[in-house]
Design a binder for this molecule. Structure first.
Ligand code: ADP
Ligand code: MG
Length: 287
């Protein structure tokens, strides 16, 4: 039988938008001493707007760079893609669309091969890229993707996401409770550094590929920490499953929700704090 206090807590939490799918994990939540947040969509809203288009090759102007990128990104569900796609009104026809999680997208756009990719991917294919204007937008904490046409980098697009207003308070209060606060992201170190400063994190891991997020969680557990992980994306599902307590942001993808022990219906990071507080008070009453 479920102890009465647990039943009451579960009902109470549901009314407050905290859905407990796994009671054993909820019990563990009282003992966690580290929490890892995914950046995009968790600490930030995951709603990107284009702030700068940078042409890095005189053969293609800003408008064309944006048109190629936007046409292609219209086929991707990624939050970055949504920001880019809406930025250009006239879209070219796309064939052979292909998406590589954590790296970018590719397709034939108006007869040309177009890629919109991360800097990590450029490095991987030996096209390491240095540009003053790109460095400047990165230092401003903007997420930057690169546009390639027929195998050559033609420009970059910078986007700004919005840090959720509750993120800072969440981190401050978790730290007061003695919980180490970390962030994991596929984005660049510069962007991660900026978000980390803004919200007051203890540590972050940047340019982590989707397939490595769960491995990172495991490494932290191997340091002897009991770990909660909060995420929203398809990319986060294995890491949520690996964590002692997997917490999905409710507005996230079905895959993340399936992998999670606890779901935060309101997409508010403060609710991650609330669930830990609730676990602590629930199981204290039982002892
Ligand atoms: P996060 O961990 O912040 O949720 P992802 O792992 O989804 O990020 O993506 C990591 C990086 O891969 C992005 O910052 C971006 O550079 C690149 N990327 C992923 N998907 C796309 C896309 N559809 N268009 C352009 N770039 C993308
Ligand atoms: Mg994400």
């Amino acid at each position: 039988a479920i102890p009465l206090v647990v039943a009451v807590s579960t009902a109470l939490s549901a009314r407050n938008g905290l859905l407990i799918r796994n009671r054993t994990s909820f019990e563990k939540a009282r003992n966690i001493n580290a929490i890892i947040f995914d950046k995009t969509g968790t600490l930030t809203r995951g709603e990107f707007g284009v702030t700068d288009v940078i042409s890095t090759d005189e053969t293609l102007d800003n408008e064309s760079i944006l048109k190629y990128a936007a046409s292609l990104e219209a086929y991707s569900e990624h939050p970055i893609a949504r920001g880019v796609a809406v930025e250009s009104k006239d879209h070219l026809p796309v064939e052979n669309f292909k998406s590589t999680p954590g790296k970018g997208v590719e397709g034939i756009v108006g007869g040309k091969t177009v890629n919109v990719v991360s800097s990590g991917y450029l490095k991987e294919i030996g096209l390491e890229f240095k540009d003053e204007k790109v460095d400047e937008v990165l230092s401003q904490g903007k997420t930057t993707v690169f546009v390639m046409v027929d195998g050559q980098v033609k420009g970059a697009i910078a986007l700004a996401d919005i840090i959720r207003p509750e993120s800072r308070e969440t981190i401050a209060r978790l730290k007061e409770m003695g919980i180490k606060c970390l962030m994991i992201t596929g984005d660049k170190a510069e962007v991660a550094e900026w978000v980390s400063q803004e919200v007051g994190l203890d540590q972050y891991f940047a340019e982590v590929l989707p397939s490595d997020k769960a491995k990172k969680v495991k490494e932290i557990q191997e340091e002897g920490l009991i770990v909660a992980m909060t995420g929203d994306g398809i990319n986060d599902a294995p890491a949520l499953a690996q964590a002692d307590v997997g917490i999905a942001i409710g507005a996230g993808t079905d895959v993340a929700i399936e992998a999670a022990d606890i779901i935060l219906v309101r997409s508010n990071p403060l609710d991650a704090l609330h669930i830990i507080q609730l676990a602590r008070s629930t199981y204290r009453k039982m002892l």
